[in-house]
Design a protein around this ligand. Sequence first.
Ligand code: ADP
Ligand code: MG
Length: 698
Amino acid sequence: MTPTPAPLDAAPLTQLKGAGPDMAQRLARLGLHTLQDLLFHLPLRYQDRTRIAPIGSLRPGNEISIRGEVQLTDIKLGRRRMLLSRIADGSGAITLRFFYFSAAQRAGLARGSWVQCFGEVRSGPSGLEMVHPEYRLIDPAADGPQQETLTPVYPSTEGLRQQALRKLINQLLDDPALLADCLPELLPAELLVQRQMPTLHEAILYVHRPPADASLHELDEGIHPAQQRLAFEELLAHQLSLRQLRERQDRHAAPPLPATRTLQRPFLGNLGFQLTGAQQRVLEEISHDLSRAQPMQRLLQGDVGCGKTVVAALAALQAMEADFQVAIMAPTELLAEQHRRNFAQWLEPLAMAPHWLSGKSKGKVREQTLAAIGDGSARLTVGTQALFQEGVEFHNLGLVIIDEQHRFGVHQRLALREKGARDGRHPHQLIMTATPIPRTLAQTAYADLDISVIDELPPGRSPVDTVVIADDRRDAVVTRVHAACREGRQAYWVCTLIEESETLQCETAQDTAETLQAALPDLRIGLVHGRLKATEKEAVMDHFKAGDIDLLVATTVIEVGVDVPNASLMIIENAERLGLSQLHQLRGRVGRGSVKSSCVLLYKPPLSKTARQRLATLRETNDGFEVARKDLELRGPGELLGTRQTGLLELRIADLQRDQALIPIISQCAGHLLREHPDQVAPLIRRWLGNGLRYGSV
Ligand code: ADP
Ligand code: MG
């Protein structure tokens, strides 16, 4: 029986010399399992060992090779014993400093010996020095061999030396046949020509072994054409994978939900305001999608307070007009609860009421809800993830609305598409997010979704004035809260802690509420945090909304969705510890009425550089897209999308920030490939995303 050869991209590393089981284990810690993995394990940076620099030309920060004659070697005693060796080459002199050394080393560095060193130059107490350079004794007459290429420095792990990694990778690079097998070219020739890109083979060789005259600057920035070629292919693979997913999805049937307006019209009549132009435009896009026999897959983006919920309600009504069920899911109880209340108010004049299902729904109530969902009498159900758990069977679900989707992982989003499918028909899906995602990022991360943007706030809103204040001026802030509440305004005092411990957060909020109450005995102070029962939370929020509470002390549970237009002042504690988007979300709780609103960001000095930038950004702008752009710059896309843990866009080489300019081109190329070279699509996806089809497995 002949064993089936492993596919080339699965050829195990153990076939390399020096890659025994121990080594394989260490490599696995870096995520390296196959020959192909190793070839795509790219250097973090490079060292230039191709030339010897004159000592006189060195600058602090240079990482470089030098040669020189030892002038003096001495042990310096002090707090720490160390060996100092002074070497010179005629152009200048430099000190080598060793904290660990042997007697033999000391003897070798005797006056008159010649050494060649590689290390980082820094300025020391008596001029330039290298600390623990790599060095060897040399014969000054011989012109010892230099490296011909720049030396790669790879991401590594404990117990895995650079030297060992280089040896393994060199084995592959030195074997043209093996290399060709591992790196089949998957991009069409016309594309390479048109974009003037090197082949995959050339690109991989270049990044592992850049020639001596390569631009270190380009390489370090990741903008060399060889690196860009790899980034291009990686982004293309992700794009293709999402497009494929979308195509599969489009083949599903969905119930057409034509707009009859029998519910929408009275709803709009009761609303008390006109939709903004942006809301109207977006509603038309959604309405059109819903009337089709394919499932809508639409992302609705808009800054906090732009009025997404109203649009979602109109979409829900369109589904209900066609006699289908609607499910509305939010990431937290508090937000789901807020939706339930809104919908209850909106549906009441239409003689309907929303049903409610959360993880805390238990016993008889839960059974009744499940029965109503199952027999179709629950036309609209609001809830948390519990809506899509085991045992929940909808009668005829037509539309799923997911709020604040960035709180859910991409896997959940994909899984939801399948849930609620019945008799081969899939419900329409509307996903809402208040984390505005810059266009290029959205095109990549959400290539499987259509995107609608509400880019206009309802009239009469005035931007929130944001000030940044050190917390040693807390008393002044308390006085300000007092004055505002005495004028009939309402305020939030948000307690934040970076620790994940919810208990601690709640305790802090409780302490803060007590301290504030003691300082401001004439104010009515309320407290809301994650540890309260839903009914307790609801009662507090009701009192606040009704104006029976002046100051609401809260944890970040109020971050999303909470809507009390009369609240016009917000204090956020420890603002330096929160991310930009989170602060922007919190701040979005004020500025909802026509009164001028303000937000005080309290921080504990000293501020780190990025914290300072974050707070400055908030002080300078109220525009969610601007905030998101800055956030992307400061934190990177993984955090912005909230998907760091969920595996979406785990890019190995490309960097969405740096490579933004590639993205529109990649969208085009993906289309071209799908039409003209469909055979290349699967191998490309497999090369970069593996067999797991990360986006496709639902
Ligand atoms: P989002 O969910 O986008 O943050 P909401 O839908 O909660 O925003 O709307 C915020 C507030 O603005 C709500 O009080 C809502 O009733 C109100 N609102 C929504 N659309 C309009 C509009 N076109 N004109 C006036 N007020 C509006
Ligand atoms: Mg909302």
